[in-house]
Write a protein that binds this ligand. Structure first.
Ligand code: UD1
Length: 422
């Protein structure tokens, strides 16, 4: 198994360009099957999750290839509506194919993605939304079969502003007959990106970015060329890494407006941030200050996807901080690993009480999920001594060769490849 080895204690310094957003690219790639023809999707990150999505598109009959940072997808020959269980298990974002396949072929067969390291992650809101649009849904054990002769617009009120459910419903409704409204929709920037993409294909959608999205169904969608937004979570991770190592890093091709809550929290921790258009400089000179209370919740609040990473910075702060996780019920798995590096964190239900320590120490630790892995990388960069991170396939799901990214900023980090055994 590959590992990351980090020699800590070096401040990050220099400039880096932020790659495209995984969480925008995945639903957009899925949505491409709703039109026949060839798309060019630009600024797609080279990540294992993206390769799984391309594999699914090929299994459905598409040609799909990542060339540089562009994906070329040809969707003329989509004929398959069954998504194998093995692909569902590799990536829960396979559920993004539900809305598009229903729309294109009138049928989709897939499997419950199941829980994962960060929580139960049900898909009931996706299924309720599709049923409201007229889909017939059958569940046999873990298999789900959705069929619809024709989807029909509806008024849908989400019990919770689920990102994935909002996206699945938008995609299914784009070619449904009549009007759909989604009330209590998620407001994440990736939802606006999906709206912009679908509209570039000829859809008529307004409201993404607010809690009410209105979709006027159209009879046909056509291929387009589209550029994915920058990855706000990768940008946030690098900002926190810069702060934790007391470095000075300039992020290029970033969208600062998508990072308002993270910028606010980092400023409260004493980090200096300067913004000039799509360039952001992050500079931290001394020990971070504690932040009384951070609560993760849907956008525009502080993102759950930066919760593990910010906890590393607060572990090094002067004072006690509290982080409350309200989105996923199991998202504190990094705490045990950080404790092995000297952090002083106590978890009580969904709150973590973090008493800052002057320094962390290198250790051998395990990435339990994507963002927990990113947090351990930051901890390793800031720690005294060497850190070895295992199970780094989780990190590769969301960061394009993280060791190269960080080494370009002066970090002592490399990937070890396993020695083949005879
Ligand atoms: C997306 C992001 C993920 C991010 C999350 C929250 C992608 C590919 N992933 O995940 O990185 O952490 O948003 O910002 O975009 N829920 C239900 N029933 C449902 C759907 C969700 O109970 O049908 C619950 C989930 O278990 C979770 C909460 O709602 O507790 C939020 O989930 P959701 O917003 O759907 O996140 P994802 O779309 O899975």
């Amino acid at each position: 198994m590959e590992k990351l080895v980090i020699e800590g204690g070096k401040p990050l310094s220099g400039a880096i360009r932020i790659h495209g957003a995984k969480n925008a690219a995945l639903p957009i790639l899925a949505a491409s099957i709703m039109a026949e023809g060839t798309f060019t999707i630009e600024n797609v990150p080279n990540l294992s999750d993206i390769h799984v999505m391309l594999g699914i598109l090929r299994a459905l009959g598409c040609r799909a290839e990542l060339v540089g940072d562009n994906v070329i997808v040809s969707t003329n020959a989509v004929h398959q509506f069954h998504i194998p269980e093995s692909l569902m298990n590799q990536m829960r974002s396979s559920i993004f194919l539900m809305g598009p396949l229903l729309s294109r072929l009138g049928r989709v067969e897939l499997y419950q993605p199941g829980g994962c390291a960060i929580g139960e992650r049900k898909i009931d809101l996706h299924l309720q939304g599709l049923a409201a649009l007229g889909a017939h849904i059958e569940e046999n054990g873990s298999q789900i079969v959705c069929t619809a002769n024709e989807l029909q617009g509806a008024e849908i009120v989400l019990d919770y502003p689920s990102v994935g459910a909002t996206e699945n419903i938008m995609m299914a409704a784009a070619m449904a007959r009549g009007m759909t409204t989604i009330t209590n929709a998620a407001r994440e920037p990736e939802i606006q990106d999906l709206q912009n993409f679908l509209n570039a294909m000829g859809a008529r959608i307004i409201g993404a970015g607010t809690d009410t999205i209105t979709i006027e169904g159209v009879s046909e969608l056509t291929p387009c060329t589209y550029r994915i937004i920058p990855d706000r979570i990768v940008a946030g991770t690098l900002m926190i890494a810069a702060a934790a190592t007391r470095g000075n890093v300039t992020l290029e091709k970033v969208c600062p407006a998508h990072l308002t809550s993270a910028i606010h929290v980092l400023k409260r921790a004493g980090v200096q941030i300067a913004i000039n258009g799509d360039i952001m400089n992050v500079c931290a000179l001394g020990r971070p200050k504690s932040v009384e209370r951070i609560v993760t919740s849907p956008y525009p609040s502080f993102p759950t996807d930066l919760q593990s990473q910010i906890m590393v910075l607060l572990s090094l702060a002067d004072g006690v901080s509290i982080v409350k996780e309200t989105v996923f019920e199991g998202r504190f798995k990094h705490v045990d690993e950080l404790s092995r590096m000297g952090a002083d964190i106590r978890v009580d239900l969904n709150s973590a009480y973090i008493r800052g320590v002057p320094r962390l120490y290198g250790a051998t630790v395990e990435a339990t999920d994507l963002r927990a892995g990113a947090a351990l990388v930051i901890a390793g960069l800031a720690a005294q001594g060497s850190t070895v991170i295992e199970q780094i396939h989780h990190i590769d799901r969301g960061y394009d060769r993280i060791e190269l990214m960080l080494a370009s900023l002066g970090a002592g980090i490399h990937r070890t490849t396993p020695v083949p055994t005879e």
